[in-house]
Design a protein around this ligand. Structure first.
Ligand SMILES: [Zn+2]
Length: 129
């Protein structure tokens, strides 16, 4: 029987295997803010059975909490790029951007409320956010 460690290790290897595809897709930029440093692959929760490129993002260290549902650090104004990702064409980035922007809107951040106003998402995306 595979131990928890082995399963974790296997998942880690599967994620690394997505590296080439995500590296190409992202053009080695954070898929949320465009930053070029400290990039890593982060899965968008809830995690699928197997890691998938459509459920993962190449992001910088600062954007990682946005993907994982953690606290968004710094001035909310500096997260405005999320509004662009909402309207982008990359589903996992849209999902993460909508979730994070909704959290900021709940904190009464103006640009976030404006970005969500009248937003109509693909049913497939809406089901995930
Ligand atoms: Zn970023």
């Amino acid at each position: 029987m595979a131990s928890g460690y082995d399963r974790h290790q296997q998942r880690h290897e599967d994620i690394m295997a997505l590296g080439r595809e995500l590296g190409r897709r992202s053009r080695s930029r954070c898929e949320l803010c465009g930053e070029r440093t400290s990039l890593e692959i982060v899965e968008v929760p809830p995690l699928p059975e197997q890691p998938e490129a459509d459920r993962a993002l190449m992001v910088c260290a600062r954007c990682r909490p946005a993907v994982e549902g953690g606290k968004l650090l710094g001035d909310p104004e500096t997260w405005r790029f999320l509004a662009e990702a909402i309207w982008g064409e990359l589903p996992p980035a849209q999902v993460v951007a909508v979730r994070a922007t909704r959290r900021l809107a709940a904190q009464r951040v103006d640009w976030a409320r404006v970005a969500l106003d009248g937003l109509f998402l693909d049913p497939e995306i809406e089901a995930l956010v």
